[in-house]
Design a protein around this ligand. Sequence first.
Ligand SMILES: [Zn+2]
Ligand SMILES: [Zn+2]
Length: 336
Amino acid sequence: MKKTVKSANLHAVNDLRYEDTPFPVCEGDEVLVKIMSCGICGSDLSRVYGKGTYHFPTVIGHEFSGIVEFDPTGELVGKKVAIFPLLPCFKCQSCADENYATCENYDYYGSRRDGGMSEYLAVKKWNLLVMPDSLSFDEGAMCEPVSVARHAISKLGIKEGENLFISGAGPIGIIAGQWAKMFGAKQVYYIDIDQRKLDFARSLGFEEYRSGIKIDCALEGAGHSDALASCLEALKPYGRIVLMGNPSGDMVLSQKTYWHILRKELSVCGTWNSSYSGRAGDWSESLCAMADGKIDVKPLITHKYPLSKCNEAFEMMKEKKEFYNKVMLNMHTEEN
Ligand SMILES: [Zn+2]
Ligand SMILES: [Zn+2]
């Protein structure tokens, strides 16, 4: 067996290295996953160029899928799997209620411990979701953003024929639009500071928001004060808004914006991560919806790089050299 694997290992802010790391050893209830695909999330970009990880070095990546190569019990060998990246403490009240996203003391593949931008990873069995065979590994890696989008949209309780306003036309914003239509939304309107993203949304059957259109419900996906203000302004009286975008600084509301919440009696709700359990939850629903073709993430994957070119991929995204939606790393292609 090989002694090392290739990984994208973050040593410090601005220091992501494609290098050899020790071959993972399975302990306890872990199985060995041969990782095939790992998406680059906006949060990975800010880890590499801004806020780093919780300790260094850390193999980053939390949107990944692969194939089980070793399982001490033999049960899962050869299965295609998607991986829920959060490792709950199983001790707090949230964990007792199976609300793992709000666990008080969780661990996380790709930020608090080594993650998916590697050829192999030892993963706890609890975190594995067996994928339908018809799904590609790239689609399996998209299960994380698809689940995050589903979690947010389901909080809006969209009714048949309602329209939706989304600020931020990145991968999760677009997938959220797909879920909204699946849940009965008539039209989904987007705003974004990047016109290319709006053009992309239009090419997928969505619309660019024009001022004056009154909206039933909104999803704030940009994590920016101006975007939030636009959402609140667009909403009809008694409208609902879910806040999803993770801000990089303070969110500030002017008095005029704040009045929208009061005078229109808006309902404001937050969303975080996604729900996961063997029986139900966003993750199993996401895999089903992709397998049924109701959620189609294939057009969103605009770029694919071999793991060996991870730095090129990150730079392209940081410098916005090309238009991109989801950038995927593939671990076991010939180019590696
Ligand atoms: Zn992510
Ligand atoms: Zn917990």
